[in-house]
Design a protein around this ligand. Sequence first.
Ligand code: PAF
Length: 279
Amino acid sequence: MKVIAKKSELTAAIEELKQAGKTIGLVPTMGALHAGHVSLVKACNQNNDITVVSVFVNPTQFNDKEDLKRYPRTLDKDVALLEQNGCDYVFAPNVEEMYPEEDTRIFDFGHVGEVMEGARRPGHFNGVGQIVSKLFDIVKPHRAYFGMKDFQQIAVIKNMVRQLHYDLEIVPCPIIRESDGLAMSSRNTLLSPEHRSNAPHIHKVLEEATHLTAKMTVDELKQWVIDEVNKNPYLEVEYFEIVDDTELQTIRDWSENNVKVGCIAVYAGPIRLIDNIVF
Ligand code: PAF
């Protein structure tokens, strides 16, 4: 496994591999890797000759400066974990390398970028678009792998791939959970012990909610989820929405013929957690 910090070095290596007929898979990450990331690396490995994992805490997608400051950075551990899990190239640039000058590009992802996270974290998806498009331009992968915990991010990136005509496949991968049900996230390491032990309540409530669709309207169920999560004094719901899985339009009635996904954002103290579940 090679660890590369320079765009030009990575591009040259990939160019050579492509000339030799190799397929390239990319797993974009912000590091602080956990079993969820490892599952993406394994999926990538299975379907591509070469697996490239990028590790870069992208400043332009943080709308909250404190969140950027405290975001965990564990490159040495990440590199060791990637080495054990079949990664071929780690791309770990610094901010200068990725943003030698300010990226002034503004993306418009339409509705999928405006709701839920888009409404609460202004500029977040624009920053995601900036960095992911740069990574696609540098690596030119055949496939790119993203975790479904960031369900809306996948819809946004698919929209960008269509608009910019990237010739690659976006591969969504299932959420990986801790044994107590909490969706794996690099931010979980920032939770206080009390918030960590109460955070699994989020998934427990979502799970229960999937069994209540015969008893409640969509609006009643949405309110039920918010109330149940908020009953826990360590958690505070920011939003809970039930949307279809492609356009992210709000579901009004259970009889609608589409896949329905419940998406939640919850504050556990200062740490913001997201999760989702298919109804
Ligand atoms: O999902 C993430 O970790 C980030 O948003 C991504 C896709 C690596 C872009 O910085």
